[in-house]
Ligand binder design. Structure first.
Ligand SMILES: Cc1ncc(COP(=O)(O)O)c(C=O)c1O
Length: 363
């Protein structure tokens, strides 16, 4: 099927090509200066003392939980509407994910629901800045004393809450550099923290459990980021603000044109989002026809996506449902992601707008 207006497209250019050439010419492909420079630059951007670059956002979450010491017998609170990685990471370290429903307007964790789901076994909570909209991280921290807060800022590099950068909250924050994120290294992720001992454990965990070269202290895997990936990340970082501004402009253009035909994600008080995804909810009349709408759009060359997942409905996680999760299920059913990437031209965006105006007028 032809797809003239894809959902997402990474912004890559001359700078990224030059960065790759630089690394290839150097002959040093791993454990070198590019990763160090990338870590320093992202730590600075997020206001953190330490950054540990890894092979993906999923790996970042797993390593963060392991380094905190989460394991069998522990419970970890997880927002129930998202990509499965945070809850899978909890399972992969042997702990129990406790799925907590999200706010119907902000689509993120609420401090009240997280506090209510806490048990004596709760050791950590993962708050997600879904689609680049910061969760109520300050209130979550306050509502969960004694619980290690992990900020899943996979989508939120460049966003902030009350002036403090996303990636800068919680005991550890995790980023993803997947091609659909606001900054990409192809695959990649990062753990950010202000705790030096925790950072040292995360460095061990990404590098075969080595405390120093040849000093293996635990049987960990290889979760390193390569020099090539880091060099691309550095090039991307140079233009991050410009590209975030472009995303914001395109998002606003959608909102101005589509207004209350659709429901939009609401930012938390004090939040400055980045628009990693243009997510919308269809009205009740159209929600049941969401998949048909996606298919007809595809026939017209427009790629629309489902928004995200109600984790309690996934086979890998259904046995961890301990309470009804109606908001997550509704967001999954009625949610739609619209094409959004820096470089999307206005004529293409107008095709998406016209298509949606047409469908929402018919319903
Ligand atoms: C909220 C969230 N957490 C974690 C991840 C995992 O990141 P990665 O794809 O880099 O493993 C994603 C990726 O889509 C995500 O959206």
């Amino acid at each position: 099927m032809r797809c003239e207006v894809p959902l997402a497209r990474p912004c890559l250019g001359e700078a990224e090509l030059r960065a790759i050439e630089r690394v290839l010419a150097s002959g040093r492909l791993v454990l070198g200066p590019e990763v160090e420079r990338f870590e320093e630059a992202v730590a600075r951007r997020c206001g953190r003392a330490h950054a540990v670059a890894v092979s993906s956002g999923t790996t970042a979450l797993e390593i963060a939980l392991q380094a905190i010491g989460v394991g069998p017998g522990d419970e970890v609170l997880v927002a129930a509407f998202t990509w499965p990685s945070p809850a899978h990471a909890v399972r992969r370290v042997g702990a129990r994910p406790v799925l907590v429903d999200v706010d119907p307007h902000e689509w993120n964790a609420t401090p009240e629901a997280f506090a209510a789901a806490r048990s004596p076994r709760t050791v950590a909570a993962i708050a997600i800045d879904q689609f680049g909209f910061p969760a109520r991280l300050d209130a979550l921290e306050a509502a969960l004393p004694g619980v290690a807060l992990v900020e899943d800022a996979a989508c939120a590099l460049g966003a902030s809450l009350h002036g403090r950068a996303c990636g800068g909250w919680g005991l550890v924050a995790c980023l993803s550099f997947h091609p659909r994120k606001v900054l990409t290294t192809a695959e990649g992720g990062m753990c950010l923290t202000d705790d030096a001992a925790l950072a040292a454990r995360m460095r061990e965990l990404r590098n075969h459990g080595q405390r120093a070269p040849g000093r293996f202290v635990q049987p960990a895997g290889n979760a390193r980021m390569s020099e090539l990936h880091a060099a691309v990340g550095l090039a991307q970082l140079e233009r991050l603000d410009e590209r975030l501004a472009e995303r914001a402009r395109l998002y606003t253009r959608y909102r101005d044109a589509l207004g209350d035909r659709l429901q939009w994600q609401r930012p938390a008080p004090g939040a400055r989002p980045v628009y990693q995804t243009a997510g919308v909810l269809l009205g009740e009349e159209l929600a049941d026809r969401r998949d048909a709408l996606v298919e007809v759009a595809a026939q017209r060359g427009i790629e629309l996506g489902r928004l995200s997942y109600a984790l309690g409905r996934l086979r890998s996680l259904e046995s961890f449902v301990s309470a009804p999760l109606p908001v997550s299920e509704q967001l999954e059913r009625a949610g739609l992601a619209l094409p959004l990437w820096p470089g999307l031209d206005e004529a293409s965006q107008d095709r998406v707008i016209e298509f949606l105006v047409d469908w929402t007028s018919k319903s």
